[in-house]
Design a protein around this ligand. Sequence first.
Ligand SMILES: Cc1cc2nc3c(=O)[nH]c(=O)nc-3n(C[C@H](O)[C@H](O)[C@H](O)COP(=O)(O)OP(=O)(O)OC[C@H]3O[C@@H](n4cnc5c(N)ncnc54)[C@H](O)[C@@H]3O)c2cc1C
Length: 374
Amino acid sequence: MACVESVLVVGGGIAGLCLAIGLRDRGVAVDIVEVKQEWTVYGVGIIQQSNVVRAMADLGIVDRYLDAAFPFENPCLYGPDGRLLAKLPGLRLAGPDYPANLGVSRLALHNVLVDEARKRGAGVTLGASVASIEADAEGVDVVFTDGRSGRYDIVVGADGLYSRVRELLFGDRYRPRFTGQAVWRHNFPRPEAMDHLCAYPTPNGNAGLCPLSHDTMYMFVTSAEPGNPRMPEDQLPALMRDRLKDYGGIIAELRETISDPAEVVYKPMEVVFVDEPWFRDRVILIGDAAHATTPHLAQGAGMAIEDAVVLADELGRRDDWKDAFQSFHGRRFERCKAISQGSIQVGEWEINHSPEADHKGMLVAMITLAAEPI
Ligand SMILES: Cc1cc2nc3c(=O)[nH]c(=O)nc-3n(C[C@H](O)[C@H](O)[C@H](O)COP(=O)(O)OP(=O)(O)OC[C@H]3O[C@@H](n4cnc5c(N)ncnc54)[C@H](O)[C@@H]3O)c2cc1C
């Protein structure tokens, strides 16, 4: 039996939904409070690696999840001209019957997680957040922004980069920081040959293509954007084409078709890392709320999902939530820190056109670390 009976999860994103699934399977009552009134996500893709496939198997939703995704084995690195440079390891961590890696549209992933959380009986309130959280010896009193209130055994902040729960715990000690780079993304129809993650790292940035479904793939490119300028929406296609001007091959062909501002998704990179225990009293942070990093290693959501798996596991098998929090933190802190720092490092190499840049070495180190048991 779990050491808690009722949990409030603040934030119905990837981490919060996975935690709700893991806790409901252990008989814990879960309420999710999600600030968005329209509970959806923007429609570009996400790369999920072998450790995430393993985590989804732990959550018991791997088959449904794979149905929504495009599986592949080995990610490959190419020169900007399209020449193959390296084939990276593809590890089948969930077992021989499951793929090593996959691409999935964010919306498809969201729909699977929402459906699985609801099916298991997680309560969901949309369009609200937490106004205050007050812990005492027996529980936590929460006042919501819509005027309701509730009492729970613990509260989990899964509310992302600009976490309100983090602010309630730590004030303004941890503020998101712009790293100096941004990512540009665009969906395209998938040609049959584009059946694995293709990355084209250069000294200045990294472009790539990832299949998302039978019909769709997405392109990404990172770029230095000093000063974090606001990008006028009508200029997004021209600006994205400009950031792709050094690439040849298929990237150059696709570049010339970028013309619709509504199809370009631009995102400045922001990071935060809570460099001390991620909990106080009965309140704990998971996912981006505790450790948002850059997308260079494609592991932010991976770490968020693993957090959810590990926290559900700890709360499920410990007698005391304090021990569960401690043990959770012990299992997660160094791993998330290494991924976070490695990812930021790649971005710094790109910004500084660093001669030390070793994309392949960093990716292999990340794959090796991610393969370790959690
Ligand atoms: C450009 C880009 C590309 C990326 N690509 C990858 C990739 O390929 N692979 C990968 O693994 N990771 C990737 N990531 C990282 C990944 O998106 C995040 O790490 C992941 O979304 C974190 O999940 P989360 O649930 O912690 O936070 P989020 O996904 O941000 O979810 C937080 C949820 O909380 C809600 N919320 C926010 N504030 C409140 C509040 N006050 N009250 C209630 N609810 C609130 C939000 O609306 C949201 O639903 C990428 C990130 C970026 C920026």
